[in-house]
Write a protein that binds this ligand. Structure first.
Ligand code: ZN
Length: 317
């Protein structure tokens, strides 16, 4: 059975036909329109074009935003025009195909648990480190969403009391210390306290510094950038220890743009995690692995959820 996974992002809508082994057969990409009705039309048009060429049985949408408990409604998505829109039902009616909706991190978690770095793991956590942290928990093969569909907000676990302010309104959230943005903040702090430190980063205005700049400089052996990466490793390990204390995962998958630089920090993060977790030295530790499904993970996961939904429903359309 073939299904379509759609990643509805702030800049583009990407849709792929995916087979039961998680392989992608064809992908189309469109710019994301500015209004809700145009966005629905763009998704429907892209799906129809793919469905004309492939016998597809259902559609899965992956969205960066809050999805209702029944996963039919997008409540709020910061980078999209949808506000309390029954996206799944509207598109199902328009397309005559079953449509499922999922938060993009959860969809990526499903892809990694079915086909990727956490394949077959009974309890798997996904930590997607980009500008912030996106998290997912896949427990006994199912996404864990909590009672009201908002779990897990791993990025906003408070690691540092009275720490750096976060866009969520709190201070000291994990993603303020462990993300691409955090890498730049940490390096800028080091530069501010020691402006004479010999560093490649001194050439860039600290306010314009990005996580990629810091990762590149660390790659080149720059001492200040290496210290910033070491800080990220420490906070990644500390956060993983919290996640492990609550969920005791078998595998933690590190995904997102920052995972491209995992070779710079993953061993150190594992050491911090092993040292900080409760019962350190007396319990099995989660395997901490880099994601394998790349930036197609949410698409593959959404298509997989659509396939499993169709398979479990007697008359899905
Ligand atoms: Zn926060």
């Amino acid at each position: 059975m073939l299904t379509i996974g759609v990643d509805v992002g702030g800049t583009s809508v990407r849709a792929s036909v995916v087979d039961p082994q998680g392989e992608i057969l064809e992908t189309l990409r469109r710019p994301t329109p500015a209004t809700g009705p145009e966005l629905n039309a763009a998704i429907a048009g892209t799906v129809r074009e793919l469905a004309d060429r492939h016998p597809v049985a259902g559609v899965g949408l992956a969205v960066a935003g809050f999805v209702s408990e029944d996963r039919r409604v997008v409540r709020f998505a910061p980078h999209l025009a949808w506000r309390h829109v029954a996206v799944a039902d509207e598109l199902a009616e328009r397309l005559g195909l079953p449509v499922v909706l999922e938060h993009d991190a959860n969809a990526a978690g499903i892809a990694e648990q079915r086909f990727g770095a956490a394949m077959g793991a009974g309890v798997a956590a996904l930590v997607a480190i980009g500008t912030g942290i996106g998290g997912a928990l896949v427990i006994r093969g199912e996404v864990f969403r909590g009672a009201y569909g908002v779990a897990p907000e791993l990025g906003h676990l408070r690691l540092v009391p009275d720490g750096r302010p976060c866009s969520c309104g709190k201070r000291g959230c994990w993603e303020r210390y462990c993300s691409g943005t955090a890498l730049a903040s940490t390096a800028a702090e080091f530069l501010a306290t020691d402006p004479d430190a010999g560093t490649l980063l001194a050439a860039t205005d600290p306010a314009a510094l990005t996580g990629v700049d810091v990762a590149r400089a660390a790659e080149a052996g720059d001492p200040v950038a290496r210290r910033a990466v070491d800080e990220l490793a420490r906070w990644l390990g500390e956060g993983l220890a919290l996640v492990a204390d609550v969920y005791d995962p078998e595998v933690v998958v590190i995904a997102g743009g920052v995972s491209d630089s995992a070779h710079l920090f993953l061993d150190a993060a594992r050491e911090h995690y092993a040292a900080s977790v409760t019962g350190a030295g007396h319990r099995p530790l989660a395997a901490v692995r880099v994601a394998r499904c790349g930036d197609m993970a949410a698409i593959v996961g959404a298509a997989t959820l659509a396939r499993e939904h169709v398979a479990a429903t007697p008359n899905p359309a």
